[in-house]
Design a protein around this ligand. Structure first.
Ligand code: AMP
Ligand code: MG
Length: 472
C-alpha cells in the first residue's frame, strides 16, 4: 500500500506574516520506531509500508498535498516575555479532516533547523520523542485533551545533548498549534489586522459559537480551566507552562519536562530548570489564570473601544479561579465516589489530600484503592486514613454506585517516571519491548491488568527520578 494523507490546509492561507515556508531537513537513514494505526484511521490516513512511512515521517520526502511551514509565535517563558519564538525544530506539514469531522494539524517535531531555531540544532533525540509518544497517548487514554503521537522515526543521525544521542522525529497531531503566544506576537507588534484575522481563524476552527475576541477569551478560559482540573486529578505536572505552551484549543501540549507524581506532594516540581517552583503541581491553577490574562491583554489590542475591552476581559479573567474550582471539585468528588458535590465535600477532599501528603501516600494508588480495602496501607500511619474514612463512608452511603464511579475515574496505570527512564534506556540500546509494553498497558488505564501489576508500583528509593530535563 502507498501512504496517503488527505491534506486540507488552511493555516497556510492566513498569509506569509504568520509563518515561514520551510521543508523538513533530510536525515541519514530513517527507520520507523512506532506508528499509531488507530490514530491514522481516525485521521483518514492510509498507511504505507514501513520504509516509505519512515521517509515521510522522518522528513526525507514531503508527501503530496503537504505545504510545510514553521509557525511564528512569541511567549512568556518563566514569566519573561520573549518577543519572538516560533517553531525552532518543527514544521507543520498541513491539516487533515478526520473521519470524526475534526480538523487537525500534522506536524513533524525534531525535523531540522528553521528561521526560528536561534542557537538550537532543530533536532530531537529518541528519549524525549518516545517519552512524548507514550505520555501523550496515555493522556488521551485517560480522557484528557492532548496532542497525540502518530509516528516516531529514528533518524540514523546523532544529536549532541550532554553526549551524542540517537536522533528521532515525532509526528505530532493537534487540534491546532495555536497558542497564547501566537496572539501575543501580533499584539506586541501592534499588527492589529493580523490579530483580527487570527482571532477569527481561532473562533472558526475551535469555538464557532463564540462571539468576537471576548467570546473567544471566555471559551479558552473554560477549556483551560477544565484541562488544568483534569491534570490535577491525575497528579500530572506539566513542568513548562509558558504561554507558548498553552493552547487555544485546551489541549495539553509540549511534553518536555512533565511527570506524573508518585508520592503526593502538592509542591512537587520535577523540571530541572524550574528553580523557583513556578510550575509546581499546586501552582498550576494559578498559572493558567496568569496565562489567560496574557491572552486577554493580547486580544484587547484589536478592540475598537479598549476601555470596554479591559472591563470585559477583567471580568472574564477574574471569574476563572471560580471556574477552575468548580471543575476541580467535580473531578475530585468523583475520585472519592461522589456524583454531585455538596457543602462540605471540598473540606472532605482537602482533608484526605492533607493526610496523603503527611502520610507520603502514592497519589494514584491511594485513589485507586479507595474502591477496595487497601487504601489505608498507602499511609505511613494507616490510622490517619481510618479516621478520615469514617466520615467519608457516612458521606458516600447515600451514593448509588461509588465504587463503580471511582473505578471509572481513578486510573490504575499512569506513565510513571522511573518506567519512562527504563523504557528510554532500553530503546537507546535497541530494545523497544518496554516501550511496546507501556503502550499496550497505558491505553487501558482504568482496567485492572493483573499481569502488569508491577507497572503500578511506585519507584523503589534507588529508582526515583528526582528531576526531568528540558534538554529535548
Ligand atoms: P519548548 O521549551 O520546547 O516549548 O521550546 C521553546 C522554544 O525553543 C520553541 O520556539 C522551540 O521551537 C525552541 N527549541 C527548543 N528546542 C530546540 C532545538 N533543539 N532547536 C531549535 N529550537 C528549539
Ligand atoms: Mg513549546
Amino acid at each position: 500500500m502507498t501512504l496517503h494523507i488527505p491534506f486540507d490546509n488552511t493555516y497556510a492561507g492566513l498569509g506569509s506574516g504568520f509563518y515561514s515556508k520551510q521543508a523538513p531537513e533530510p536525515v541519514s537513514s530513517p527507520r520507523m520506531l512506532a506508528f499509531n494505526r488507530d490514530l491514522a484511521q481516525v485521521l483518514g490516513i492510509t498507511p504505507g509500508d514501513l520504509p516509505e512511512m519512515a521517509q515521510v515521517f522522518g522528513g526525507n520526502r514531503v508527501p503530496e498535498g503537504a505545504d510545510p511551514l514553521a509557525q511564528l509565535y512569541a511567549g512568556h517563558q518563566f514569566g519573561t516575555f520573549n518577543p519572538q519564538l516560533g517553531d525552532g525544530r518543527a514544521v507543520l506539514l498541513g491539516e487533515v479532516i478526520g473521519t470524526d469531522g475534526i480538523r487537525r494539524d500534522i506536524q513533524l517535531k525534531g525535523s531540522g533547523r528553521t528561521p526560528y531555531s536561534r542557537r538550537g540544532d532543530g533536532r530531537a533525540w529518541m528519549g524525549p520523542v518516545l517519552r512524548e509518544y507514550v505520555v501523550s497517548e496515555a493522556m488521551h487514554a485517560l480522557g484528557i485533551p492532548t496532542t497525540r503521537a502518530l509516528a516516531a522515526v529514528e533518524t540514523g543521525d546523532s544529536v549532541w545533548r550532554e553526549a551524542a544521542m540517537p536522533g528521532a522525529v515525532l509526528t505530532r497531531v493537534a487540534a491546532s498549534h495555536l497558542r497564547v503566544g501566537t496572539f501575543q506576537i501580533f499584539a506586541a507588534r501592534r499588527e492589529t489586522a493580523a490579530l483580527k484575522r487570527l482571532t477569527q481563524y481561532a473562533i472558526d476552527r475551535h469555538y464557532p459559537g463564540a462571539k468576537g475576541p471576548m467570546g473567544l477569551l471566555r471559551a479558552v478560559r473554560d477549556a483551560q480551566a477544565r484541562l488544568v482540573a483534569q491534570w490535577m486529578s491525575v497528579g500530572f505536572i506539566h513542568g513548562v507552562m509558558n504561554t507558548d505552551n498553552c493552547t487555544i484549543s485546551g489541549e495539553t501540549i509540549d511534553y518536555g519536562p512533565c511527570a506524573f507524581m508518585d508520592i503526593y506532594n502538592p509542591s512537587q516540581v520535577f523540571s530541572s530548570i524550574d528553580r523557583m517552583g513556578r510550575y509546581a503541581y499546586d501552582n498550576q491553577p494559578g498559572i493558567v489564570v496568569w496565562n489567560l490574562a496574557q491572552l486577554a491583554t493580547a486580544l484587547i489590542q484589536q478592540m475598537d473601544d479598549p476601555q470596554e475591552g479591559v472591563e470585559e476581559a477583567t471580568e472574564i479573567v477574574h471569574a476563572m479561579p471560580g471556574v477552575i474550582e468548580r471543575e476541580w471539585l467535580s473531578r475530585f468528588a468523583a475520585k472519592i465516589g461522589i456524583t454531585t458535590p455538596k457543602e462540605g465535600d471540598m473540606a472532605l477532599i482537602e482533608d484526605l489530600l492533607d493526610r496523603m501528603a503527611a502520610g507520603q501516600a502514592d497519589f494514584t494508588n491511594t485513589f485507586r484503592a479507595l474502591a477496595g480495602e487497601a487504601a489505608r496501607g498507602q499511609f505511613l500511619d494507616p490510622g490517619a486514613f481510618d479516621s478520615w474514612a469514617t466520615t467519608w463512608r457516612q458521606r458516600i452511603a447515600s451514593e448509588e454506585d461509588p465504587e463503580g464511579l471511582m473505578r471509572q475515574v481513578n486510573p490504575a496505570f499512569i506513565p510513571r517516571n522511573h518506567r519512562m527512564e527504563e523504557m528510554i534506556a532500553a530503546a537507546v540500546s535497541g530494545d523497544l519491548a518496554p516501550f511496546e509494553r507501556l503502550m499496550d498497558v497505558l491505553v487501558h488505564p482504568y482496567e485492572d491488568q493483573p499481569e502488569h501489576r508491577n507497572l503500578q508500583n511506585p519507584p523503589r528509593p534507588q529508582e526515583v527520578v528526582p528531576a526531568t530535563f528540558c534538554g529535548t
